[in-house]
Design a protein around this ligand. Structure first.
Ligand SMILES: Cc1cc2nc3c(=O)[nH]c(=O)nc-3n(C[C@H](O)[C@H](O)[C@H](O)COP(=O)(O)OP(=O)(O)OC[C@H]3O[C@@H](n4cnc5c(N)ncnc54)[C@H](O)[C@@H]3O)c2cc1C
Ligand code: FES
Length: 306
């Protein structure tokens, strides 16, 4: 498998990737105390007819055209009057009528986004970025490693793996959160845990009195999962330190660097590879990533200050 990082083709095909499309908040679901999932529905643009604005149906560059995406991609979501941020798409690619975004509050824009009510308008640019290697993973065991909000960009990949379950070997999901209350997609995780063809292992940093599960770092879950490291495709998203130690653990067990993929986060402005804000070594995360093979990352990710 090639370790070369190709630019994302979706960028070149958009009409004007800097112009946001208008979406409205279709639903809001509170996941945890600081995390919410929003469904965003495209709004057909207003066109001026005889001097008056009129709503018209979808056109080729309208928000209403499609919310198609590949698992792993992200949108730039603009809360009007506050700012624009990159947020991964956490829904199913099989439901292209809306975008689903799961956001954790850390600052001004994420707070404003999570505070929006049903019917509110937002701007959306995207989808941007590279995708999880689901095709390349066919015939392999798959290990998904998620830390905290990192489960959001991995959720579409899990849904796709489940939709084509017969194409893959064993599948294990290793998920670490700060505490049991911080667990995302709780009901869905329970459903996944009930399946005989998907192993789900969850750990928390801090247990509560009711917690009967594992306590500790995600890497301590590897020995619980059943997979053949030499024939495994790994997909990771979470804090960089978690991904660094998880990759080391996988490599120690015999996994190869070009079959380990990580989704990287950097501050973004343009998301189309022109401003340089998201630079990571020789790569721009918006253009070459966010999903990258560890073979392209490891010399940079092991260098902590970059
Ligand atoms: C490709 C990509 C996908 C993302 N997907 C999600 C997602 O699905 N859900 C989600 O909740 N968040 C996601 N993020 C992170 C999200 O973009 C940041 O939390 C957001 O930009 C913070 O904006 P703010 O104005 O609320 O906070 P700010 O006040 O701008 O920042 C608060 C803190 O977060 C740090 N920060 C801000 N932006 C980033 C960033 N992009 N990467 C790392 N640290 C940052 C700041 O340095 C600061 O410490 C993603 C980021 C990227 C690059
Ligand atoms: S965000 Fe501008 S180059 Fe990546």
């Amino acid at each position: 498998m090639s370790t070369q990082v190709a630019p994302n083709p979706t960028i070149a095909t958009r009409e004007d990737p800097m112009v946001p499309r208008v979406f409205k908040v279709q639903s809001v679901r509170r996941e945890t105390a600081d995390t919410s999932t929003l469904a965003l529905q495209p709004v057909p643009p207003a066109r001026h007819v005889s001097g008056r604005a009129a709503r018209v149906g979808p056109g080729p560059s309208d928000g209403a055209a499609s919310c198609a995406f590949s698992p792993g991609q992200f949108n730039m979501v603009y809360v009007f009057g506050v700012g624009e941020i990159p947020i991964s798409i956490s829904g199913s690619p099989r439901q292209p009528q809306h975008f689903i975004h799961t956001t954790r509050v850390v600052g001004a824009v994420t707070k404003a986004l999570c505070g929006l009510k049903r019917g509110a308008a937002v701007g959306v640019r995207g989808p941007f970025g590279s995708a999880w290697p689901l095709r390349e993973a066919e015939g392999h065991d798959v290990v998904i490693v998620a830390g905290g909000i990192g489960l959001a960009p991995l959720r579409p990949a899990v849904l796709e793996l489940m939709a084509h379950r017969d194409r893959y070997g064993r599948i294990a999901l290793l998920y670490g959160t700060r505490s049991p209350e911080d667990m995302l997609f709780r009901k869905e995780l329970e459903r996944w845990r009930g399946r005989f063809d998907l192993e789900v292992h969850v750990t928390v940093d801090r247990a509560t009195a009711e917690w009967r599960g594992h306590v500790g770092v995600v890497t301590a879950l590897f020995h619980r999962a059943t997979f053949d490291p030499s024939n495994t495709m790994a997909m990771m998203c979470g804090p960089e330190v978690m991904m660094r130690f998880s990759a080391r653990e996988l490599i120690k067990r015999g996994a190869t660097v070009d079959r380990i993929f990580a989704s990287m986060e950097r501050n973004m402005k343009c998301a189309i590879g022109t401003c340089g804000h998201c630079q990571f070594g020789p790569m721009f995360i918006c253009k070459n990533g966010p999903v990258l093979p560890y073979s392209a990352l490891h010399s940079w990710i092991e260098w902590r200050e970059i």
